[in-house]
Ligand binder design. Structure first.
Ligand code: NOJ
Length: 761
């Protein structure tokens, strides 16, 4: 039911549109479309305080449906809600809680403007998908979109109407714990995945969809030394050619909101950056949605040394285009007086409020504020079988076969003695990964459970070593691994008797994510010792890696015959892993991020610059770009991933050697499945711009295609190269293709490519 005040607002709409001078907008949000008119009609009814209220977001509080607190922060929040001084809440979930708060906003405030309910639905709400980095390894945009659709539908059913996802930060440093939350290191793949995720979450904004939020704008993934929240210094070239493309793709896909970031970028905190939020996002990209700050990031400008106090921080942030304040209390405390004293122009506030109201209108909340508040839907939707099938499918597609010497995989389905070792093999919480705050502990299928579905082998489980993680407080508090090796003897004894050893090692799901940067990228705790001890008695090991970031595991890569990268695969993890282990699913994942040999190589990425000294000019020379104690090459390259099929590339051809503006060139390659196993391969196209006004990377991903081939089948794959593909942000500050020679590479991994050349005239 629409509240009486809103009805009133509509009834005066026409009159207002005709009689009020249109409020000044400092930005280019069109105010002639029907939504703008509705927005303006509401805006004209609002007091300054109510306007500020729309820009204020509060974190949820406990016992929302219980007695109203009399004092403290929760009491103030209730009070502010009733006065119409809150535009959005975060971390409120469940129809009954959402409804209770929405009721206050709609029925008890003067204007009855509905609230937005934000939540970090990052890879599922309760039915959990693989972590986003894992999903990116599928290179399967349809599957990724489907995964976001499932997450949206389940979250929508519990009252949430806004997810703080996708995180579209490109990162080249595996030490940064939040790489688990993104799509990896490549801007092209990252942009396509950003689009798929935005479309998956938002769809057509039905009651099964929720609005998305592209974050963190911008540069957050380039935190110096991979240490979370650290300062970011990047060139114009890297900003425009690497960091911004997935954000731009999100805008083009119609994302409704952006979140700014904690970091400073080239000396200016992103939250206070007019250059990012106004010049690029709102002016150049014509973004019509709104920007929410990150948690407390407005006030963090004080610690950054960019604002003297919260009042100045509020002034800087609002003027810079940061529209909504998440938990800094800076806007609610200071914006009104900043406007009254003339420090902030009211047109700036109006623009921000318009943006927030527009999104609420587009989401349909004015028509039905309880659009997401249906108990029956909640009951029948959460944990639906269909969701479990969906996340299982996504999980299988996310697995990457890193190594398979001696064809150890797939495992035989019967007659085998298998030693299954590692605490993570039995863990039912870790596979949920980081950022799954709606899910319950112990709800993932473990590897032990998954393997039990194949009863004709004798599987003996032994923990070996603990990966002790105590979840003592919300999701944040983690105890790092013990040094206890007392379980080694039992694991070694089981391994000795086994035909094959399956070891599940890596990081616990809470060892990556926000605030979980690592300085070491080996197997945490005593797991490396355990691996080596088991190897001594039985080298027939399949290593199942479970981790939220690339790891540096050179010993394992050299000695262990089979390695499966399984990340944190979500609720259906164990089933997905078992199906791949036994060959019921043929793995097709490809790494979206480089695995280093050594932490000292970081940042390490495939699209690096050649430098002036890419190789030694004499055999013994030290004066070239290298380490004296480590190779330059990665352990596993971007794009790498094997299959139980054997794919062979040949016959790379171009339709012509050169082309001019407006023309295209066809690139063809022949792909053969030279095996008895049907499989899928991601055929990758890379291009190198040999000479540019900015130095150009040695190669850049520019296209890919997922190809399915039957045993011994061949196919010719064609890519079309146009000028757009060759364009980049040039030293002239334009997006254009510069004429000259381009190398063209096609293959199954960024380090295994056939090569040819074309010329743009
Ligand atoms: C801080 C994180 O940086 C951001 O990604 C998240 O959405 C907010 N907290 C809200 O939980």
């Amino acid at each position: 039911m629409i509240h009486k005040n809103i009805i009133y607002a509509y009834s005066v709409l026409l009159l207002l549109v005709l009689s009020c001078s249109t409020p000044k907008s400092s930005v280019n949000v069109s105010n002639t479309d029907p939504t703008s008119k509705r927005v303006d009609s509401i805006l004209s009814l609002m007091t300054l305080e109510e306007k500020v209220g729309q820009l204020n977001q509060y974190n949820g509080f406990w016992e929302i449906t219980g007695p109203v607190p009399k004092e403290g922060q929760a009491a103030k929040k209730y009070d502010d809600l009733k006065k119409g001084l809150v535009g959005s809440m975060l971390n409120v979930k469940g129809v009954s809680d959402v409804k209770a708060l929405q009721k206050i906003a709609v029925e008890q405030t003067r204007l009855g403007i509905p609230l937005l309910f934000g939540f970090d639905v990052v890879h599922g709400y309760k039915t959990i998908s693989p972590i986003p980095l894992a999903e990116a390894a599928s290179w399967d945009l349809k599957a990724i979109q489907k995964s976001a659709e499932i997450a949206a539908e389940e979250a929508a059913a519990v009252g949430i109407n806004w997810t703080f996802a996708p995180m579209v930060d490109i990162s080249r440093d595996a030490r940064w714990g939040r790489v688990m939350e993104g799509a990896g290191e490549d801007p092209y793949l990252g942009a396509l995945i950003a689009k798929a995720r935005v479309q998956g979450f938002q769809g057509n904004l039905s009651n099964k969809n929720i609005i998305a939020c592209a974050k963190h704008f911008a540069g957050y993934g380039f935190a110096e030394s991979g240490r979370d929240y650290n300062t970011v210094v990047v060139s114009d070239d890297v900003l425009h050619n690497v960091i911004l493309p997935p954000f731009k793709a999100s805008v083009d896909a119609g994302v409704k909101t952006f979140m700014n970031s904690f970091n400073d970028l080239n000396g200016i905190p992103a939250t206070g950056s007019s250059f990012l939020q106004r010049d690029i996002l709102k002016k150049s990209w014509n973004f019509k949605g709104f920007v929410v700050s990150d948690w407390g990031s407005i006030n963090e400008m004080i610690a950054h040394g960019y604002a003297q106090d919260s009042k100045q921080a509020a002034e800087i942030a609002i003027n810079a285009g940061s529209d909504m304040d998440m938990e800094s209390y800076a806007y609610i405390d200071h914006l009104k007086s900043l406007v009254v004293s003339g420090v902030v122009d009211v047109s700036v506030i109006d623009d921000a409020v318009r943006r927030v109201l527009r999104v609420k209108f587009e989401l349909g909340l004015f028509e039905n504020p309880y659009k997401y508040c249906n108990e029956a839907i909640e009951k029948e939707t959460v944990g639906k079988t269909e969701f479990h099938e969906g996340v299982l499918d996504m999980a299988k597609k996310s697995i990457v076969l890193l190594k398979n010497d001696k064809q150890l995989l797939p495992l035989k389905k019967s007659g085998q003695k298998i030693a299954l070792i590692g605490a993570l093999a039995a863990d039912k919480t870790s596979p949920l990964g980081s950022w799954r705050i709606g899910a319950d502990d112990n709800t993932a299928i473990s590897v032990v459970e998954g393997m039990n579905k194949y009863p004709n082998n004798e599987v003996t489980y032994s923990k070996g070593a603990d990966v002790a993680i105590g979840r003592t407080q919300f999701m944040w508090e983690t105890k790092i691994n013990t040094t206890d090796t007392s379980g080694f003897a039992e694991a070694i004894a089981t391994a000795k008797k086994a035909d094959v050893v399956v070891m599940v090692l890596g990081e616990h799901g809470l060892q990556s994510g926000e605030g979980r940067s690592r300085a070491e990228l080996g197997l945490p705790g005593v797991q490396q010792e355990l691996l080596e001890a088991v190897y001594k008695v039985n080298p027939n090991i399949v290593l199942i890696l479970t981790n939220g970031r690339p790891l540096a595991i050179p010993w394992a890569a050299e000695h262990i015959p089979a390695i499966l990268e399984t990340w944190h695969l979500g609720t259906q993890s164990g089933h997905a892993i078992a199906q791949v282990l036994y060959g019921d699913y043929n793995p097709s994942g490809k790494l979206p991020m480089t695995f280093p040999r050594n932490v000292g190589q970081l940042p390490l990425y495939y699209n690096y610059k050649n430098t002036g000294r890419p190789s030694a000019n004499e055999p013994e020379s030290v004066f070239w770009s290298h380490y004296i104690d480590e190779k330059n090459t990665p352990l596993f390259a971007f794009g790498h991933g094997l299959s139980y099929s054997k794919f062979e590339y040949s016959e790379l051809k171009v339709s012509k050697a050169s082309f001019s503006k407006g023309e295209t060139i066809q690139v063809q390659v022949e792909l053969k499945n030279n095996s008895t196993v049907e499989g899928k391969e991601v055929v990758q196209l890379y291009i190198r711009d040999v000479v540019g006004s900015f130095t150009r990377p040695v190669k850049e991903l520019k296209g890919f295609e997922m190809v399915e081939l039957k045993p011994f089948e061949s196919k010719v794959i064609t890519f079309t190269i146009d000028q757009e593909m060759l364009a980049f942000y040039t030293a002239n500050k334009t997006w254009e293709a510069e004429p000259g020679t381009f190398k063209v590479f096609v293959g199954g991994s960024s380090d295994q490519l056939l090569e040819t050349e074309i010329v743009l005239k």
